[in-house]
Design a protein around this ligand. Sequence first.
Ligand code: PEP
Ligand code: MN
Length: 342
Amino acid sequence: MIIALKHDARREEITGFTAFLEKQGVRVHLSEGASQTVLGLVGDTSGIDEEGLMAHHLVEKVIRVQEPYKRANRMFHPEDTRIDINAAGGKTQHIGAGYLGVIAGPCSVETREQIITVAKAVKEAGAGFLRGGAFKPRTSPYSFQGLGCGGLDLLLEAKKETGLPVVTELMAIHQLEVFDGVDLIQVGARNMQNFTLLRELGRCKKPVLLKRGLASTITELLMAAEYIMAGGNDRIILCERGIRTFDSYTRNTLDLSAVPALKRHTHLPVIVDPSHATGIAWMVPAMAKAAVAAGADGVIIEVHNNPETALCDGEQSITPDAFAALMGTLKKYAEFEGKYLP
Ligand code: PEP
Ligand code: MN
């Protein structure tokens, strides 16, 4: 971090300010020019608050050289992280470090027949994980909110039936009490900056699928991951799921450039959700392929046995047949990228 001081900063004030900075665990190098003094901060600056420094009367400008996240930063952990997930009784599934993870299933768990049918179909097609929302964050309070605990029970039945580890969204801390059987906890886009929730997940032993907020920057996503990691949980998978832009043709705009950007700055696996990114079923296969080509470590895809009657996100859900066809293609893309899709 570089701090340019105001022209009229006096020597004794600078000495005091330097001592104040050093107390925060960094070394300070002073460069005195003819008209300006610059302080170079060396060491771990992640705990130093840039905005706070800007409020100091001696400070003209602050330039951050190092990213504000440490545990998520590839600089301190150059190798890719692989997340291993084992559903009791099933085989261990991997995401990251050369393993392409495919998560598939309906937006929401609706009925026993629906979730078991879809679970069997996606397993047969080669998916490694089953998704299905039990607690749904809906824009309208009058829309289907998910089956809640009943939905979780059905999801766990589908897990038992297929051996697939399950992924479902956690909306509030108290729901953790009923998440024992869940293998991968999703933090949805709307909760990406729910810092209380993130802190609690830092204390949790389960891996977390962290989705990018609707209007969140790449750094904000990484800082959200840092919250969880700072609490001691480093099993995080990041997910690009589309962001808000001016165009309304698609539900969101898939920011595929987030994939190489994230992979450059973090060692955590990065997956893509082409379903929520586009909101249009026929676009999902093209964007899933593009995600793998862009270097993603996996995809999460909404699959429904009867999209027309789905209680949530039917228009973006693909059928089991379309999913099976897509899996065949993704295998080839994965191979081309040097990734393993079991
Ligand atoms: C979902 O996965 O069904 C979901 C609600 O996702 P997001 O948080 O990305 O909107
Ligand atoms: Mn959905």
